[in-house]
Design a protein around this ligand. Structure first.
Ligand code: ADP
Ligand code: ZN
Length: 716
């Protein structure tokens, strides 16, 4: 029965892990403590029971913005929810009180300090409360990272509500904090539900930071029109990066504690409402952000520990769709963090250093990144290949003999006195004329200019391996490299084996998640934005991206099939089918598309893309003479998908046969020539500059096609 409510109200087909057990437990009035990562669906664990209980469900929440957001989302699915907090005036308060007394409201959200007020307690005494939910329950513990004294008083509230089952939920809780929560709320016999901390829709990758700005732009190119957060370590860095990106036409806003309140609020609102999709921020940003369609999180600087990293990437992909998390790593960031650790109280330094070490372990690992990450949170990860981290998706490659490059690198470290970091060593090896090299006379060393066979980036890749293999150690404070006894063995001829940096860093792209129709998706997004603006709510309150992706995948033609989509329950079917169905129908009519039956309750998911094999296959067929339309037909996919494969192949260094892709373009010959000229001028690596140069008159799908044509002509 609760299963049918899941679809009817919330529009979901299946429960996520643990949800059903927790809900049963709550319905049986057994106190429960739930520890589940961000985005795993904790809210449903009390929202669904709230609809079953005859009485009221009270939800304590520390953040006003989150409270309002949840109430808005519940109203959008037809559930009456209200909130009480310090922002309400008397009239507002009276209205809420009426809704509660009359039994109209099923859920009441309240800030802890509001809840413990006598008038709130008096109000609750007049009605039946069936469930008391404590959200962010770790705030009750002094051992947590977010202690709030008001939370301590909640145990009194709980005692006053004898008919209410108590449900404490949090996304972070060590064993000690868990015990603390139970004791402080007096629910010592509560059942504990601890979910895996693995968020398998997050694609994890780390890249050495060589040119942060260029890498950021490259990354953003791979995410056109997507919403995401770029985290920087300092306000200064935020201002710099946001400025540079804005100057190049990227839709970004800054966020940090140095901005005044009003600016921060406006910027946050613009981000949430999809008016400005990219936020460049310090860690001050993110608390209380419930935006489900954050498609990427880029760490421009190294986070100081895995807790921060995990919390920040946790803001991506709450809707369950693949989301891209990239960390740019440089050893100089380690020095900066060390500097701040040294400023801390001595009693805290050791712990902070250990946490930084663990962070580095994650960055430098060459096994699946989920291992060190989950390990850190006390969870063993036993799969060999997660398929969604850079280490697992880059084919291991055969180990090759690296003895010569190792000898070159290590002897350069030795000859420069074991005083320098990776980049200086590489400069010497590659014969750089920079001041630091010349001043120190390093251009006269025998290791000067003997390493031109590798690029700077490639040497960095190799150097990481030498560190990982224990041939040298890096001083965490100054970044300098020192040789270990093993290095001396290498000088004597001990072989070194490892991987060559020959393959491009295959960061999986989140936009690969399904072969959905991009053009239709854009139209649906516009529709959603218009409706959201008219109603004064963020777009995701209307529908999540995932629902739109399903519309652009299954092309529903009737209300019945519209109702089967992810996130479409009764209320949203009633309220929005008439807005979105015509868009889909008109698009299908114009493009000769038919409805695709949505099979079983598994929907578009991360697993629907299989790069690698398919890309090679498509490339080979294409180079053997198959045309674009023929390939579309053969694979039953849109041209954009085939173009994607071809582009990936090109990026991997493959050559395209010469052909006239222009015959598939819908532009006039004059426009085509203009676009090709723009590629000649701005280069073909990125689409955005060309898009801008053409005054945004040519859409990305066209540009994709033209770019490949352009490239195929280059290979004469
Ligand atoms: P948390 O509170 O754990 O961070 P939320 O409760 O906000 O996560 O849920 C994250 C997202 O997952 C929301 O968009 C929610 O609607 C969605 N969701 C929750 N349960 C399910 C489910 N069973 N199937 C599909 N989506 C779900
Ligand atoms: Zn992995």
């Amino acid at each position: 029965m609760i299963q049918s409510k899941l679809k009817q109200i919330f529009g979901y087909d299946t429960f996520r892990p643990l949800q059903e057990e927790i809900i049963q437990n709550v319905l049986n009035k057994q106190d429960s403590l739930v520890v589940m990562p961000t985005g795993s669906g904790k809210s449903l664990c009390y929202q669904l029971p709230a609809l079953e209980f005859p009485g009221l469900t009270v939800v304590v929440s520390p953040l006003i913005s989150l409270m309002e957001d949840q109430v808005m989302q519940l109203r959008a699915v037809g559930v009456t929810a209200v909130f009480l907090n310090s922002t309400l005036d008397y009239v507002g308060h009276d209205w809420v009180a009426d809704q509660i007394r009359s039994g109209e409201a099923k859920l009441l959200y309240a800030a802890p300090e509001t809840l413990v007020q006598p008038r709130t307690l008096a109000l609750l005494a007049q009605c039946r409360v069936d469930c008391l939910t404590i959200d962010e329950a770790h705030c009750i513990s002094e051992w947590g990272h977010d202690f709030r004294p008001e939370y301590r008083q909640l145990v009194d509230v709980r005692r006053r509500l004898p008919t209410a089952v108590c449900l404490a939920v949090t996304a972070t809780a060590t064993e000690r904090v868990r015990q603390d929560i139970k004791t402080s709320l007096d629910i010592s016999s509560a059942h504990e539900f601890v979910a895996s901390f693995d968020r398998d829709n997050l694609l994890l990758a780390v890249e050495p930071k060589t040119d942060g700005l260029a890498q950021t732009i490259h990354f953003l190119q791979a995410h056109p029109d997507e919403s995401g957060i770029i985290y920087c370590a300092t306000r200064k860095q935020v201002d710099f990066l946001a400025g540079e990106l804005a100057r190049r036409g990227w839709p970004v806003l800054p966020y940090h504690a140095g901005l005044d309140d009003a600016t921060r609020r406006t910027n946050q609102r613009q981000f949430i409402n999809d008016d400005v999709p990219i936020m460049v921020a310090t860690i001050a940003f993110g608390m209380g952000i419930n935006k489900p369609n954050v498609r990427f999180v880029l760490h421009y600087d190294l986070p100081k520990n895995l807790e921060s990293y995990y919390q920040q990437i946790g803001r991506a992909g709450r809707d369950g769709l693949p989301s891209d998390c990239l960390l740019l790593f440089s050893y100089s960031d380690v020095q900066t963090i060390n500097y701040f650790i040294n400023e801390q109280h001595p009693s805290q330094q050791q712990g902070a250093r250990a946490r930084l070490e663990a962070m580095l372990g994650f960055v430098e690992t060459n096994v699946c990144r989920r291992r060190p990450l989950l390990n850190y949170f006390g969870e063993a990860y036993d799969q060999d290949n997660c398929e969604t981290c850079d280490n697992c998706t880059t084919e291991a490659g055969d180990l090759v003999d690296l003895t010569i490059p190792a000898q070159k690198f290590l002897s350069c470290v030795k000859r420069t006195g074991e005083l320098f970091g990776v980049n200086h060593i590489i400069d010497v090896l590659r014969g750089s004329q920079n001041q630091k090299v010349l001043e120190r006379g390093h251009d006269r060393l025998s290791t000067y200019n003997i390493g031109l066979e590798f690029s700077k980036k490639e040497w960095q890749f190799l150097a990481r391996q030498f560190v990982q293999q224990g041939l040298m150690v890096q001083d965490m404070e100054y970044g300098s490299l020192k040789l270990t006894p093993q290095a001396y063995a290498v000088f004597k001829g001990e072989p070194v084996r490892g991987t060559l940096p020959d393959k491009p860093q295959a960061v999986p792209s989140a936009t690969d998640y399904a072969n959905y129709d991009q053009a239709l998706f854009q139209q649906l997004r516009q529709k959603r934005k218009a409706l959201a603006d008219a109603a004064g709510v963020p777009p995701y309150v209307i529908f999540s991206d995932r629902t739109l992706v399903e519309m652009a995948t299954y092309f529903p033609q009737s209300r019945a099939s519209f109702g089967t989509l992810y996130g479409v329950g009764e209320a949203k079917l009633t309220n929005f089918a008439d807005d979105f169905l015509p868009v889909v129908q008109a698009y299908c009519a114009a493009n000769g598309l038919a409805e695709v039956r949505k099979s079983a309750p598994t929907t578009v998911s991360a697993s629907s893309s299989t790069p690698g094999g398919r890309t090679v296959e498509v490339l080979n067929l294409y180079n053997n003479g198959r045309t674009l339309p023929e390939l579309c037909q053969q694979y039953n996919v849109k041209p954009s998908t085939i173009l994607n494969h071809l582009w990936k192949a090109v990026q991997a260094g493959e050559t395209l046969r010469q052909s006239n892709l222009l015959e598939h373009s819908s532009l006039s010959p004059a426009q085509q020539q203009q676009a090709l000229a723009a590629f000649a001028e701005h280069g073909a690596e990125f689409l955005k500059p060309v898009h801008t140069a053409l005054n945004e008159t040519v859409d990305y799908e066209e540009l994709h096609l033209l770019r490949l044509h352009f490239i195929s002509q280059q290979t004469l």
